[in-house]
Design a protein around this ligand. Structure first.
Ligand code: SAM
Length: 277
């Protein structure tokens, strides 16, 4: 009997209906499959019926258990189990050398970090992940809602983000204190053959856009003009807003993804108008 470890965010999915719904929602294609945190392997078992996969698990006890449970699948090359902290693998570059889809019931304590890493991993093409509902709402939020912040803008600059369905705490053992959701992110405007496409031309541009978002949302309840004026000359920003038909009272969450990109590009072209403070 393996005891769940709180420090690794272990809430094991016990509900076979939810497992089936995740399997139905995952992409069907020729790409590789990656799972983060296979745990006791209940989701892994169903994923293996679809195709071979690489799974990253940090917990040594669980790896010992999984190696026994799936020894045949491992010997046949169907399952590659890697015992490591997945964040260390992201630091090395990618979770897979080839394009892949990520399917996982993520450890909630690092779910946001994992999604942000996977968004920037050029080989990751889609994510079907179970996370805390409140966090899923931040990635899938629509403009003008209070949840629409940097996370939604970044995810929706790289792909499409949608909540597929919610999962109640009773579906897990031990039960988490929160409701969970399945979040699906399909990267439609991502890297192609190692290059960026769509809204970002390069990794450098993506990093600058993240900086722009940090500045735009530094005080989310203040106007965008007030926030961005900490970096740029206020009269100049007012002119850009006038040119783009944006009211000077607009708040950062009220600006659409595309308008944020237009503002970012216009400001970038005029870096010289940056404040010198
Ligand atoms: N997939 C299983 C399921 O659905 O029942 C377990 C999901 S549980 C919420 C999260 C899993 O992620 C656990 O197995 C945990 O040990 C693993 N995990 C936690 N932190 C990790 C990390 N940094 N790298 C890799 N796996 C991690």
């Amino acid at each position: 009997m393996i005891e769940a470890k709180k420090k690794f965010g272990q809430n094991f999915l016990q509900d076979t209906t939810v497992v089936s719904k995740i399997i139905q929602s995952m992409p069907r294609n020729e790409r590789k499959l990656v799972e983060i945190g296979p745990g006791l392997g209940d989701l892994t078992q169903e994923l293996l019926k679809v195709k071979a996969l690489v799974a990253y698990e940090v917990d040594e006890d669980l790896c010992v258990y999984l190696r026994k449970k799936y020894s045949t699948k491992i010997d046949e090359g169907e399952l590659t189990l890697v015992q490591t902290d997945v964040l260390k693998q992201f630091e090395k570059g990618s979770l897979c050398e080839e394009p892949y889809d990520l399917v996982a019931n993520l450890p909630y304590y690092i779910a946001t970090t994992i999604i942000l890493e996977a968004l920037e991993d050029p080989n990751c093409k889609s994510m079907t992940v179970m996370i805390q509902k409140e966090v899923a709402e931040k990635f899938a939020a629509l403009p003008k809602t209070k949840e629409f912040t940097s996370l939604a803008i970044l995810a929706q600059s790289i792909g499409t983000a949608a909540i597929l369905f919610d999962v109640s705490p009773e579906s897990f053992e031990p039960q988490p204190k929160v409701v969970s959701s399945i979040l699906k992110i399909d990267k439609q405007k991502e890297f192609v053959e190692g290059k960026f496409s769509g809204l970002f031309e390069s990794n450098e541009q993506l990093q600058k856009f993240k900086k722009y978002l940090r500045c735009s949302f530094q005080s989310p309840r203040k106007t965008w003009l007030k926030n961005i004026s900490s970096e740029f000359d206020k009269a100049y920003v007012e002119k850009i807003m006038y040119d783009q038909s944006l009211p000077i009272t607009i708040r950062p969450h009220e600006i659409s993804v595309l308008s944020h990109h237009l503002l970012f590009k216009t400001l970038r072209l005029n870096d010289a108008r940056k404040r010198s403070n």
